[in-house]
Ligand binder design. Structure first.
Ligand code: PLP
Ligand code: LYS
Length: 443
């Protein structure tokens, strides 16, 4: 398994993260356990900010909190000076509870409800990224009732297909998100927004997909945005002060993944925006981006305890852990691949090929197909790398399995950021109607 960030093998032959022995973490907090390498999260935040600062351009880096939205994460992002992108009342609530400055919050989503819009307006968030005309009209009406004028970006579908899994590719024409550039919808939206008294149009937004390992898609999106902005200026006399190119920067999950340094993405985006907007004699806009996965993805490791195994001679050996698709649904959803190691026997020769199964009543509940490990015993601690993004965020209670705890580790210390769910948590919202309380149904 590739050792990310501060991960290393200590002299006991154990995996250590943030200076803390992972077997001690497993002992202290139980398993499954999400472990976040705080130094690596902060390093990633700084890589984006430093790279933009070096360009001398105006910018905003907003962490896409959908990747991992917990209060501790909002605090780190605040301390690192980033903005925050939320897509629901729940993410907004988490950010506000964590004391995140509302003026640095951007609200995304293709179906914001009236309640969510009101909540965000009342909180005084920095900007809405408007996805469609229904939302534009609703937002304008609600902001009008509140006698406010709210900054917005319009989400454009640029018609750029990023090379990634089709379920996480969003910039193509056939997408549920945004105003289409090609069929005139984007232009009409700009026109309508400019006539709407209670919104202030800051600019346009595009997001071409996720887990992208090349810069060409971003350059192409910048080119399309510049040509659209220029047409809008010429025909409507509107100039956008902001261009948002979304997130999607790839991280390493397994060998063969080839993420670029974050500075390479930023430099390419800055260069493309400069060149393309200069080419149409446009005043240089402020550049905004929204990385999610690339801030937290490779900083996360999940620790599991090995339980049972089943050897089918000539077929395969299944090794089952105490978690699975409930804490990491990505392999089941996207055929995502992960690397693993035995955290308690990191130096032992990996001479057995096994497949890692979860504990759900579901044949598709597999975490890893075919991984080389030392001969695995019940009680071993299995570490799976690069689980920081879209794992806790997408975890479920399927089979009424309790969601794991999440800790941040740094400089030899570990801090609980999310408690493990209890049995009481599982039934907290259940209600048994009175008529179901009697012992048997009278027939
Ligand atoms: C609009 C928008 N912005 C930002 C992101 C974050 O993407 P990633 O986590 O790949 O950086 C997403 C998710 O793909 C998104 O839909
Ligand atoms: N949840 C997806 C990415 C979706 C990104 C949000 N638009 C993943 O785990 O890869």
């Amino acid at each position: 398994m590739y050792l990310h960030g501060t991960s290393k093998i200590n002299d006991k032959g154990h995996l250590e993260i943030g200076g803390v022995d992972s077997t001690e973490l497993a002992q202290r907090y139980g398993t499954p356990l999400y472990v976040m390498d705080e130094a690596l999260v902060r390093r990633r935040c700084r890589e984006f900010v430093d790279a933009f600062q070096a360009t001398g351009l105006k910018f905003q880096v907003a962490y896409a909190s959908k990747a991992l939205c917990v209060m501790a994460m909002c605090r780190i992002v605040e301390q690192e000076g980033l903005s925050l992108d939320v897509v629901s009342d729940g993410e907004l609530y988490t950010a506000l509870q964590a004391g995140f400055p509302p003026e640095r919050i951007h609200f995304h989503g293709n179906n914001k409800t009236p309640m969510e819009i009101e909540m965000a307006l009342d909180a005084g968030i920095g900007c809405f990224v408007v996805d469609n005309l229904t939302e534009l009209r609703l937002l304008n009406a609600i902001a009008g009732e509140k006698k406010k004028q709210v900054p917005i970006l319009l989400r454009i579908t640029p018609g750029v297909e990023a090379h990634t899994h089709e379920y996480i590719s969003t910039g193509q024409i056939d997408s549920k998100f945004g105003f289409d550039l090609g069929n005139g919808a984007a232009f009409e939206a700009v026109h309508e927004a400019s006539q709407s008294a209670h919104v202030r149009l800051l600019g346009i937004h595009s997001h071409i997909g996720s887990q992208i390992f090349e810069v060409e898609g971003f350059s192409l999106a910048a080119e399309k945005m510049a040509s659209f902005a220029s047409r809008v200026r010429d025909e409507l006399q509107i100039v956008f002060p902001v261009i948002n190119l979304g997130g999607g920067f790839g991280v390493r999950y397994v060998e063969g993944d080839t993420p670029l340094p974050m500075s390479t993405y930023v430099e390419a985006i800055a260069e493309a925006v400069k060149t393309q907007f200069h080419a149409v004699s446009y005043p240089m806009p402020e550049i905004w981006i929204e990385p999610g996965r690339s801030i937290v993805g490779d900083a996360g490791t999940t620790l599991y305890t090995v339980g049972t195994s089943k050897d089918i001679p000539g077929v395969r050996k299944y090794v089952a852990v105490d978690g699975g698709m409930t804490d990491n649904p990505r392999p089941a959803l996207y055929q995502s691949e992960y690397e693993a190691m035995l955290a308690n026997r990191a130096n032992d020769a990996a001479d057995e090929q096994v497949s890692i199964a979860g504990k759900c009543c579901e044949s598709g509940d597999m975490l890893i197909w075919d991984v080389q490990l030392p001969a695995v015993n019940s009680g071993d601690i299995l570490a799976v790398a690069s689980t920081g993004a879209y794992n806790y965020a997408m975890a479920s209670n399927y089979n009424r399995i309790r969601r794991p705890a999440l800790v941040f580790v740094k400089d030899g210390e570990s801090d609980l950021a999310v408690k493990r769910e209890t049995h009481e948590d599982l039934v907290r919202n259940d209600v048994v109607p009175e008529r179901m309380k009697q012992k048997e149904t009278a027939r």
